[in-house]
Design a binder for this molecule. Structure first.
Ligand SMILES: [Mn+2]
Length: 231
């Protein structure tokens, strides 16, 4: 019998083509794999509406095997819709209008789909690791404030392993306390028990979209595809 697999992707920001290419490169099997998205699906990128439709339809098909975690961009969109005013200013300052117009260009208003975004949790917990958009200070995700979970940039972390996005780096990076190093791609390695694996490699800024595969026997591999976004 084949091993169970969990795939983790992050910070798609409307990079639909790269998202599809990365899932293909990871041989994503929607009949069996668990897929975790670490948030920031919207804003900045070229195909925000297309990304939404793809992710929504996938979620519709595979249900609980697709975990969509909330990022600061989804949070800004929800706050802008609920509060207007300064919340809307903050979202527009962070490229919200690209999301608004991407939906309008497809004859939709993003407001139609708020409940879909509202359903996104702030973190995902397993026995061996956690997943969150930005970072953890306390190894227990529930003990962190929301600001830390979706906006934080702390890297000095040595608790139970956490996978994060949010802060773009040139390469995927492993942090353990004040130590860090680049993670080699396309190499199977044993999953660490502690520290933080940062997976946002700035696809929407023209670098790469990175994903991680974790197997049931606690090995992992990180791989990526090139961005089609011009720098
Ligand atoms: Mn973010």
């Amino acid at each position: 019998m084949e091993e169970s697999r969990t795939l983790i992707i992050t910070d798609i920001h409307g990079c639909y083509d790269e998202c599809r290419s990365l899932l293909e490169k990871m041989s994503f099997d929607e009949e069996r794999d668990i897929l975790v998205n670490l948030g920031d699906t919207i804003d900045r990128g070229p195909a925000i509406y297309e990304t939404f439709v793809f992710l929504r339809d996938l979620k519709e098909r595979i249900g609980e095997r697709f975990i969509l975690i909330r990022g600061n961009h989804e949070q800004m969109m929800l706050d802008a819709a609920a509060e207007g005013g300064r919340s809307k200013d903050l979202w527009y300052y962070n490229s919200g209008e690209k999301t608004v117009f991407s939906f309008l260009n497809h004859k939709h208003r993003f407001q139609e789909f708020l409940s879909w975004y509202e359903a996104m949790p702030y973190y995902y917990t397993t026995a061996k690791y956690n997943c969150v958009h930005a970072c953890l200070k306390d190894p227990d995700p529930a003990a962190n404030d929301i600001q830390t979970l979706i906006w934080g940039r702390d890297t000095d972390y040595s608790g139970k392993l956490v996978m994060t996005g949010h802060t773009p780096y040139r390469f995927p990076i492993y942090y353990l306390g004040d130590q860090y190093g680049r993670i080699d791609e396309d190499v199977w390695t044993y999953l660490p028990e502690k520290g933080m694996i940062a997976l946002d490699t700035g696809c929407v800024y023209g670098n790469r979209l990175t994903g991680m595969i974790i197997t049931g026997s606690r090995k992992f591999l990180v791989t990526s595809v090139a961005s089609g976004v011009k720098k």
